[in-house]
Design a protein around this ligand. Sequence first.
Ligand code: HEM
Length: 332
Amino acid sequence: WTAGVIGPRRVSGGTIANALEYNLGGAKTGYRRAHAKGICFAGDFRANGAGAALAGASVLKRGDTPVIGRFSLGGGNPLATDGRTVFHAMALLLRTPDRQEWRMALDDTPIFPVATPEDFVALQYASRPDPKTGKPDPKLMGAFIKQHPETKAFQDYLAKAVLPDSFGNAPYYSINAFRFTDPSGTTRLVRWQFVPETPLHGLDKDTLANLPRDYLVDAFIARTRHTPSRWHLQLIVANPGDVTDRATVAWSGPHRTIDAGVLTIDRAQTEEQGVCRDLNFDPTILPPGIAISDDPLLPARSKAYATSFTRRAGEGPGPSAAGHDFARQGAR
Ligand code: HEM
């Protein structure tokens, strides 16, 4: 049922992009194949220097680094309704004057539904919504879940998780582990998270049903006109025995955690006005001292983001997914 698209060895970026397009019922030309709806933002990261104990990257030394980024909703639908979409996400690009660069793409969940690129592709095929019901074929999805208890665990986690009512009060997680090497050559596996200064506030189901389509986007742009949003970058060092190559497994219990500094976002714009739309937030573009781990999702993400970028750049951008009346303007 995967139409022979899963190769025996490595999954290509094209295979992943095709699977995402299949799940969507066809490519949404001009848009990211995942996280299609988003807005741009800018701000800075003020490092307090504590993170330099884990990696020699310039961005972790005490000082300020300008940031550009993008908030998005998971999924490839540029017309998604904000409140109901599963992943809220943040992408960042930090570039220091010595031309070191750290790109990242983070979700607001600490774990991911699948552990391998093969499973990611299979899940796209199994979970394609039936146009009549809007739900996946229960037979295909049931078979997938039976073979993937980790995906069931993710669904269970999600059913209980609070859906943040703003991009500005959500935590954002690296999910994957990365390899940090300190100036003395000691290497540690690290996951990180951005913890919001504004306390998380959830959306209840009654409110969800009545929210306008662009609720999150409009509210964040309005909020940023008068209030900057801030997050603390917390670097979490793996304990011996922690699973570091499977993004489906959370780390539990106490961990050495370093507060490395504060991210401030004080400008937010639609994709047409900002500079984030034509960027690829490939999470394997890392500064010296930080490298990918053995998590197989990371190289697959790099390939998939590149293919998605190449396709959408070749097609030419669609109108900004947020802030437009598509019914009148005609979405592609
Ligand atoms: C095998 C696993 C994954 C695949 C195949 C995948 C695929 C993709 C693709 C194709 C895009 C669009 C890229 C573009 O056109 O620029 C994307 C965007 C994104 N992904 Fe993933 N993804 C995976 C895992 C993850 C994980 C684990 C996270 C969170 C930690 C994540 C967070 C994001 C975010 C935030 C964006 C939007 C970036 C932006 O605003 O440009 N993804 N993903």
